[in-house]
Design a protein around this ligand. Structure first.
Ligand SMILES: [Fe+2]
Ligand SMILES: [Fe+2]
Length: 313
């Protein structure tokens, strides 16, 4: 087991008042919304017997379809995220209350995205259902051992999900955009809850949290890992600019890890945590460089494509 400066039980009990405070803030800020109001049911029709989906049914490019597919399957894995969070944080007091409320909110996400995709026939419903069966039957989600790591992971993951949903929405029509934007705004509030809870944990156990941040940034994988053909989908998603290294660096690591958590300025670290912080800062810098390389390559590929378009006569 990874070393923690503060034992897990002590951290959880010391953080409980912060959970209660942040849950209250969340409940004040959360807005009630209804999936059925966002789905364009008038566009739908029954699926005939023997129906076979073809890409001509939709105008969405496969990059965007990949993103919708991955985003929805990630939402479908909710039972296992719930399990992991309950196993770490427990079911009692504000921790349990938060997890149950969070689960109820998350449940809406797969409802609204699936209904939207089914009605608009944007993806193959058979492939989607088979992938859901495969994904949920496997039941794999990251399950870090320490609460420190779980806090960091969920803070980063909720933000990554918010960005992926919102960027996907920007590439589809107005109705689809509204669906993805609404889901993204829930994810944003979830992120803020965990981001601020992790900040409180950093004050209670700076060394334990810095070690956890280093581990989680090192191991971070975009939401959706474990989905059938994930590598192919992830490439498509990066190609469409929905989620890539530039975004991971500029919209997650810099604003959250460096700016909000201020890891560079944390004091009173153990030797081991000091070393972890150095490794973390080097890694963040390297991810930024990889992002710039990826962006340059994309621009070059786009320029090459423009070169191939014949000049108008
Ligand atoms: Fe969600
Ligand atoms: Fe969320």
């Amino acid at each position: 087991m990874a070393a923690a400066t503060m034992p897990p039980a002590a951290l959880l009990s010391e953080l409980e008042p912060d959970v209660a405070r942040l849950l209250e803030r969340h409940l004040i800020q959360a807005k009630e919304w209804f999936p059925h109001q966002l789905v364009p049911y008038s566009q739908g029709q029954d699926f005939d017997e023997g129906y076979e989906w073809s890409p001509e049914e939709t105008e969405l490019p496969d990059t965007v379809r990949s993103a919708l597919f991955v985003n929805l399957l990630t939402e479908d894995n909710l039972p296992y995220y719930f399990r992991a969070i309950e196993a770490t944080f427990g079911r009692h007091e504000a921790w349990g209350e938060w997890n149950r409320r969070w689960t109820a909110e998350e449940g809406r996400h797969s409802i609204v995205i699936r209904d939207y995709l089914t009605v608009t026939r944007a993806v193959d419903p058979v492939a989607l259902e088979r992938a859901r069966m495969a994904q949920v039957s496997t039941g794999q989600v990251p399950e870090p051992e320490l609460p420190h790591d779980v806090l960091v992971y969920v803070a980063l993951q909720e933000l990554a999900t918010r960005i992926a949903h919102h960027n996907t929405g920007k590439l589809i029509d107005g109705v689809g955009y509204e669906v993805m934007k609404r889901v993204a705004s829930d994810e944003n509030r979830h992120h803020l809850f965990y981001r601020d809870l992790a900040a409180a944990a950093l004050e209670l156990d700076p060394s334990g949290m810095v070690l956890a941040i280093e581990r989680q940034v090192r191991d971070f994988e975009m939401p959706g890992t474990g989905i059938v053909d994930f590598e192919t989908h992830a490439r498509a998603i990066a190609k469409a600019g929905i989620y890539d290294f530039t975004i991971h660096h500029g919209q997650i690591l810099v604003p959250v890890v460096l700016r909000h958590w201020g890891v560079e300025d944390v004091t009173g670290l153990s030797d081991e945590a000091e070393e972890a912080r150095d490794a973390l800062l080097t890694r963040i810098d390297r991810i930024g460089k990889a992002g710039r390389r990826q962006a340059r390559k994309r621009l070059e590929a786009e320029a090459a494509l423009v070169d191939r378009v014949p000049e108008p006569v």
